[in-house]
Design a protein around this ligand. Structure first.
Ligand SMILES: NC(=O)C1=CN([C@@H]2O[C@H](COP(=O)(O)OP(=O)(O)OC[C@H]3O[C@@H](n4cnc5c(N)ncnc54)[C@H](OP(=O)(O)O)[C@@H]3O)[C@@H](O)[C@H]2O)C=CC1
Ligand SMILES: O=C(CO)COP(=O)(O)O
Length: 330
């Protein structure tokens, strides 16, 4: 089994650690020469995990020809780059490969889900199927081999089981699932709710607020996800409430961190002026704002995140407006 990981960022490196620990032949392909050199020769990815030793069996290269012969191609670049890396990779494949998606969000122009983007970008004779490997899983913890559970979601049960088998070990437990729509919408939307969680913490609100946010947040995710074809029970699993909990509460979350800075400043401009990290929830808030309007779905929390990010609304005013909305029963 040969696996190529596309992207030398934090999640690609974390998943390479899992595969190398499982004695799988794994190579990371990336565009940043110094990062690739660090992984290949020092067995470190100092940009993301300073001081954390990587399994020395992980190979790394900037040569895309390494993709030839791969049984599995795992994509770990931000959602904005998924289509372009698929188009770059496909010509190098000499057989059908399982494409593993790990990105959480939507296509930058079409708002399509990631599995649909991959299916549209990889020719059928190069694609066995798409499996999304998604769930509550901060790379910073996986690379340190802290116990993690995740789901391999696919329309193709056999390929989902292959990914389950290849990745599972005593610290990384993989479940399978087939609700691609529900799972991919769950992990995308939770990022926008995590931005809200960071904002509320940055303002100075406490644990009651966070519990309210998570509870009302999953209700919103479920409302949106089922309107777009997801199964209700999926939102109660790892790709729903599980991923929302970890992202809305963890110091590792870049969505939470971005929100925190915005809340502290009571202004989103600080994010637009300074952020250099991958923060998928920011664009997701815009996509959800548009898609919710199209189907008239009530999304009060994500709508306030949208207003803070894109209309200059003060976060403190947004929090008050959420509390003073028309009173409802649960
Ligand atoms: N980090 C995590 O814990 C988890 C992340 N995810 C998801 O995984 C996806 C990737 O995130 P993550 O790894 O954290 O992001 P990072 O920012 O850590 O890494 C992204 C990597 O992709 C590279 N990249 C960007 N564009 C291209 C391109 N066009 N061609 C080749 N490489 C490219 C970047 O290179 P450069 O820096 O040189 O631009 C960088 O090495 C996101 O959708 C995220 O939501 C999911 C679960 C966990
Ligand atoms: O998706 C993640 C954990 O499951 C990573 O979250 P962040 O992108 O907010 O760091």
């Amino acid at each position: 089994m040969k696996v190529t990981i596309i992207g030398s960022g934090s999640w690609g490196t974390g998943l390479a650690q899992v595969l190398a620990d499982n004695n799988v032949d794994v190579t990371i392909w990336g565009i940043d020469e110094s990062q690739i050199d660090d992984i290949a020769n020092n067995h470190l990815n100092s940009t993301f995990f300073p001081g954390v030793k990587l399994n020395p069996a992980i190979k790394a290269t900037t040569d895309l020809a390494t993709v030839t012969g791969s049984d599995i191609v795992l994509l770990s670049v931000p959602t904005i780059a998924i289509q372009s890396v698929c188009e770059q990779v496909a010509p190098y494949l000499d057989k059908k490969a399982i494409f593993v998606n790990t990105s959480k969000g939507f296509h930058p122009d079409t708002n399509a889900r990631m599995s649909d983007v991959i299916r549209a970008s990889v020719p059928a004779d190069k694609l066995s199927s798409v499996v999304s490997l998604i769930g509550p899983s901060h790379a910073e913890e996986v690379v340190e081999r802290l116990l993690t559970t995740i789901t391999a979601v696919s329309q193709n049960e056999e390929d989902a089981k292959t990914i389950q088998r290849v990745f599972s070990n005593d610290y990384f437990r993989v479940y399978t699932g087939n609700d691609e729509i529900g799972a991919e919408l769950g992990v995308a939307l939770k990022n926008a709710i995590a931005v809200a969680s960071g904002i509320l913490a940055g303002i100075g609100y406490g644990d009651n607020t966070r519990a309210a946010l998570i509870t009302r947040g999953i209700a919103e995710v479920m409302r949106f996800g089922s309107a777009y074809g997801g199964k209700k029970e999926t939102f109660m699993g790892l790709t729903g409430i599980g991923d929302l909990i970890v992202t809305a509460t963890s110091r590792h979350s870049r969505n939470f961190q971005a929100g925190y800075e915005i809340g502290k400043a009571n202004d989103a401009q600080i994010y637009w002026d300074t952020n250099k990290k991958t923060v998928e929830g920011v664009r997701t808030a815009k996509v959800v704002h548009e898609l919710a309007k199209a189907k008239n779905i009530d999304m009060p929390i994500i709508e306030e995140v949208y207003k803070v990010l894109y209309e200059g609304k003060e976060p403190k005013q947004s929090a008050k407006d959420l509390m003073l909305r028309e009173l409802k029963s649960e």
